[in-house]
Design a protein around this ligand. Structure first.
Ligand code: PAF
Length: 282
């Protein structure tokens, strides 16, 4: 596996790899876990070569968020990726990504609003901007993202569509279902912030979501099911619930009742030092 930190050698490496066939990109911020490796395996099925980027993007963290303490473990990540048959690791220096005088931000309307967009102002501008840059740097034929960040995936697809991106096109942006621990908790690099007790309590999140979905499917009105979900998280040890909403799965328009439209339950809640997000089909 080749590793590059600067743009010129990266571009030469990409040109060479593309001689063999399609190139897939898996963008990450590192601190890799089984969820990321599942994305890599999916990418390997779809392309001749896989590139993975690791960049802890300062522009998607708010001033009081966890940028400084976000786990960084490039050497270990690099070993994991090499063992998965990844061809190229793109780990740009902050200066290679945002050189002095950098001034451009991408704002994707509508799908960025509400949910994590409301709780984390500017977050999706930072995500859209860095992902657009990663796409232009690596020029992948396809890209693979986790469905755990459902709103992020919607934002990136909308950006690719709206900006007529070609490498990759919006259609070549693939979502992979969330990988879960044995007790149902969605895998996340931020689970590492939890104490042993908080980690046990955190499994209340997927349990409460499944209960709310079963209630809604059984005819309980959406708002009553969401109220019960919020109450059970607070009883189960969560400190607060940022949001618990049912939205149209693609447009992310809020839904107050179930219909034939594909619906998604999305939740963000805080426990100990961590803010956990999850989503499930309703
Ligand atoms: O999901 C992530 O890890 C990040 O938001 C991404 C897509 C790599 C952009 O920094």
């Amino acid at each position: 596996m080749q590793t590059h930190h600067q743009l010129d050698p990266l571009r030469r490496a990409v040109d060479a790899l593309k001689q063999d066939g399609p190139l897939a990109l898996v963008p990450t911020m590192g601190a890799l876990h089984e969820g990321h490796l599942t994305l890599v395996r999916e990418a390997r099925k779809r392309a001749a070569h896989v590139a993975v980027s690791i960049f802890v993007n300062p522009r998607q963290f708010g001033p009081n968020e966890d940028l400084a303490k976000y786990p960084r473990q490039l050497e270990r990540d690099s070993e994991l990726l090499a063992a998965e048959g990844v061809s190229l690791l793109w780990a740009p220096d902050a200066e290679a990504m945002y050189p002095d005088g950098y001034a451009t931000t991408i704002n994707v309307g509508e799908v960025s609003e509400g949910l994590c967009g409301a709780a984390r102002p500017g977050h999706f501008d930072g995500v859209a901007t860095v992902v657009c840059k990663l796409f232009n740097q690596v020029r992948p034929d396809l890209a693979v993202f986790g469905e755990k960040d459902w709103q992020q995936l919607a934002v990136i697809r909308r950006m690719a569509r709206d900006l007529d991106l070609l490498l990759p096109t919006a259609e070549a942006i693939h979502g992979v279902p969330t990988v879960r621990e044995a007790d149902g908790l969605a895998m996340s690099s931020r689970n590492a912030y939890l104490s042993a007790d908080e980690r046990v309590q955190a499994a209340a999140l997927p349990r409460a979501m499944q209960a709310a979905i079963a209630a809604m499917r059984g005819g309980v009105p959406v708002e009553s099911a969401l109220e019960a979900l919020r109450a059970s998280l607070l009883e189960g040890g969560f400190a607060s619930v940022d949001y618990a909403e049912v939205r149209h799965a693609e447009s992310l328009v809020p839904l107050v009742a179930l219909s034939d439209a594909p619906a998604r339950l999305l939740v963000a809640a805080r426990i100990g030092p961590a803010r956990l997000i999850d989503n499930m089909a309703v």
